[in-house]
Write a protein that binds this ligand. Structure first.
Ligand code: DAH
Length: 339
């Protein structure tokens, strides 16, 4: 029995712990109710009288050593915890997270969508990978139609019926196929053309398509809607001018210019000294297109327009190089803060 106590005394003397939890476990093992020391105290009765004195001395020594060890380890550990924490200033203010900013194209797209939403237009979307019908044929651009050349198209080699949409007019077709007139919808989206990348052109860009179908819709409605948009977006003093143009899906067709908001129509290199800048194409939806999409062209008429979001964003913020939109340089992107 004495040898056992002496063994424990050695163990206690050599005990080391790296955490307060381990010290506490050690304390419970030795000094706790069910600990080693209580076992020895309980065994005291069985010890022959002649040995009681020596036994008692060793048990006491073990108890004192265990207690001492606990106190000393605790103190050391608490001290080193304090030292480790001393470099911390808990009152220092935190480092704030850098907030991202919205992409200028998204800011402009949202603004345009809001203007038309106030006129009752809903949002519609379609796939970027299209078929021939929705991108061309239904829009009065049958195979071999020369106007297909206006839009350099990405096809896939194995199936000429699969292509990347060249304009968001494809969404018009999808929308009319699924929804009865009257229709008021706006279709923003990404489009693709096989163009060499330069400051003025890119193979990926964004368009917003508008479509309005009802009974007795006239060219005057189109003109007034676009004037309203131009003045809401570019400012109340903005004027618009319509130039006759050609698109296979509209008849008559027009291109719309706004008065140059940069030089106030005095002439600058943005408007090429004409005082006007082009912002979109539009026209009265060709009756063939209505019929292709299951809408009665005797009862209904309507207008459509399509604008390039990059172009309008470049005008709004006076950005001279279209490639900046796709480079994702934070120094460029963080200059546009409006949510
Ligand atoms: N889809 C034409 C383009 O990408 C833009 C356009 C012109 C859309 C006239 C229209 C429209 O809806 O009526 O060049």
């Amino acid at each position: 029995m004495l040898n056992k106590i002496k063994e424990h005394i050695l163990l206690v003397e050599n005990f080391e712990a790296k955490s307060l939890e381990l010290v506490e476990k050690f304390r419970i093992d030795y000094l706790g109710k069910k600990g080693v020391l209580n076992d020895f105290f309980a065994a005291f009765k069985e010890v022959p009288n002649t040995e009681k004195k020596e036994f008692g001395q060793f048990v006491n020594e073990l108890k004192n050593k265990a207690q001492e060890k606990v106190n000393q380890l605790k103190e050391n550990l608490e001290q080193s915890e304090e030292n480790a924490g001393s470099g911390l200033d808990l009152t220092m203010s935190g480092e704030s997270m850098r907030l991202g900013s919205r992409h200028p194209l998204s800011i402009v797209k949202n603004e345009i969508v809001e203007i038309f939403a106030r006129l009752g237009f809903t949002i519609s979307e379609g796939p970027e990978i299209e078929d021939d019908w929705h991108n061309f044929s239904a829009l009065n651009l049958p195979e071999e139609h020369p106007a297909r050349d206006m839009q350099d198209t990405f096809f896939i080699q194995t199936n000429p019926d699969v292509l990347l949409r060249t304009h968001t007019s494809s969404v018009q077709v999808r929308y009319m196929e699924k929804n009865p007139a009257p229709i008021r919808t706006l279709s923003p989206g990404r489009v693709f053309r096989n163009e060499a990348i330069s400051a003025r052109a890119h193979c990926i860009f964004h368009q917003i398509e508008g479509l309005y179908i009802d009974e007795n819709v006239s060219f005057a409605d189109l003109k007034q809607t676009l004037l309203h948009f131009a003045q809401e977006f570019f400012g109340k003093e903005t004027e618009i001018r319509l130039r006759p143009s050609y698109f296979p899906f509209t008849e008559p067709s027009a291109e719309v210019d706004i008065s140059c908001n940069i030089c106030k129509s005095k002439g600058c290199n943005i408007c090429k000294y004409t005082g006007w800048v082009e912002i979109l194409g539009c026209g009265m939806v060709d009756p063939n297109v209505l019929e292709n999409c299951g809408i009665d062209s005797k009862k209904y008429s309507g207008f459509a327009f399509g604008m390039g979001v990059e172009r309008i964003t470049m005008l709004k913020y006076q950005i001279k190089d279209l490639r900046l939109f796709f480079e994702n340089d934070i120094r460029f992107l963080e200059q546009f803060t409006k949510a």
